[in-house]
Ligand binder design. Structure first.
Ligand SMILES: *Cc1c(COP(=O)(O)O)cnc(C)c1O
Length: 379
């Protein structure tokens, strides 16, 4: 009756392991002490992933990742403030959009989408504008796959005495983040990304002193992280209905993360996926949108074939029929598509995905794979 699950080559939801799925086969009462212990253990492990047990706390929040980003900005960026948003893509601009909904003053520091954020430009912006109180930075810009230089950015923001909020949604658990050496007020991620849980909860690893002084800052009851934290401290419970099955799945996913060897092992596996993918696609004639020097091993953006036979919807449909789910591009100016490297996969899955892409382009009669091969033909 049911076909096998497709391989999700998307940056969340992503392919989860059988153990993670199995962890959702029981019901939990939100008042039950066993569930409170589950929440506490997940939060403690999350803080440990970024080595922050001495300074930071983990505040879980119901909803997708964006809910946690909005909650962190609303709860920890005061109403009288000015936030610098260095931007090189869609998720950076989402931060700006959230700040605008919240009525918090901000300024966008625009970069090309194919380049990493330049810490020197942040340095200059902070030097020039003494009114800037906060910087809100995306670590891995999932819109393209560009890795931004977070340690350098954090150093500069701290040197200027400003506060840093980081959207580490697609990097948390995969890329090294050490809050002992990197000054960050709030680091935001979610269950359904590199920890390989199912989607449904975000979390914010926030500096304890920042959380303690955040009473009354939030614009929203449901997204008030100070209130969520205070209630959790007092009762061991979430305010409002918790995503019980999501928490149980995340517990199982973190156990597998630890057994695999934690963040370094996850990075090694994703790096292998990324190189198998990029090498395979290049051998078919595809071109990546960004340079290898700024590529995070999370998601890869490829130029769409400039061949009249190419059509993303049709390409997607045929890939889906072969058992693979790919992702549309998120750029406004250039036509692209994206393939994720994350999830409970092995490099053999990525090899099979490249083979499926090869078969699909043959079937669709696509001959020109990349913009440069088109200009070579024209020249
Ligand atoms: C996935 C992601 C988010 C959150 O997206 P949701 O669809 O709300 O889960 C935010 N920022 C980045 C960088 C992401 O990769």
């Amino acid at each position: 009756m049911t076909a096998p699950d497709p391989v999700l080559l998307t940056p969340g939801p992503l392919t989860t392991s059988p153990q993670t799925k199995a962890a959702m086969l029981r019901d939990w009462g939100s008042w039950d002490s066993a569930f409170n212990a589950l929440t506490a253990s997940v939060c403690a492990d999350i803080v440990d992933v970024v080595h922050a047990a001495d300074t930071h706390v983990c505040i879980p929040l119901q909803g997708s990742g964006t809910f946690a980003v909005e909650a962190a900005l609303g709860s920890f960026v005061p109403r009288r403030s000015k936030t610098l948003v260095p931007s090189n893509g869609a998720y950076c601009l989402r931060i700006a959009r959230i700040l605008s909904y919240l009525g918090r003053e901000f300024v966008v520091l625009d970069h090309p989408e194919s380049q990493a954020i330049d810490p020197q430009r942040i340095d200059a912006a902070l030097r020039e504008d003494a009114d800037i109180t906060h910087v809100a930075q995306v670590h891995c810009e999932t819109g393209t796959g560009v890795l931004n230089p977070l340690p350098q950015i954090a150093g500069i923001v701290a040197a200027h005495g400003r506060r840093l909020v980081v959207d580490a949604m697609s990097s948390f658990g995969a890329l090294p983040i050490d809050l002992r050496t990197m000054p960050v007020d709030a680091l935001i991620a979610a269950s359904g990304k590199c920890l390989e849980g199912v989607p449904g909860m975000g979390f914010v690893v926030a500096r304890r002193t920042v959380v303690e002084s955040a009473a009354g800052c939030a614009h929203s009851l449901a997204l008030d992280l100070h209130d969520q934290w205070t209630y959790l401290q007092k009762t061991g419970q979430w305010r409002f209905t918790p995503p019980t099955h999501v928490v149980a799945a995340l517990r199982a996913a973190i156990d597998q993360f630890t057994a695999e060897g934690g963040q370094p092992a996850r990075l090694a596996r994703y790096t292998e996926h990324c190189s198998v993918l990029v090498d395979g696609m290049r051998s078919l004639g595809f071109e990546t949108f960004i340079g290898d020097d700024v590529q995070a091993p999370i998601i890869v953006t490829f130029h769409a074939p400039p061949d009249p036979a190419y059509d993303f919807a049709e390409f997607y449909r045929r890939m889906r029929a072969r058992g693979f789910v790919i992702y549309p591009g998120k750029l406004t100016t250039v036509e692209t598509f994206r393939v994720g490297c994350i999830g409970a996969l092995r490099s053999a899955d990525i090899r099979r995905a490249v083979d499926a892409i090869a078969a699909t382009v043959r079937e669709m009669g696509i001959e020109v794979m990349a913009p440069t091969s088109l200009s070579n033909l024209a020249g």
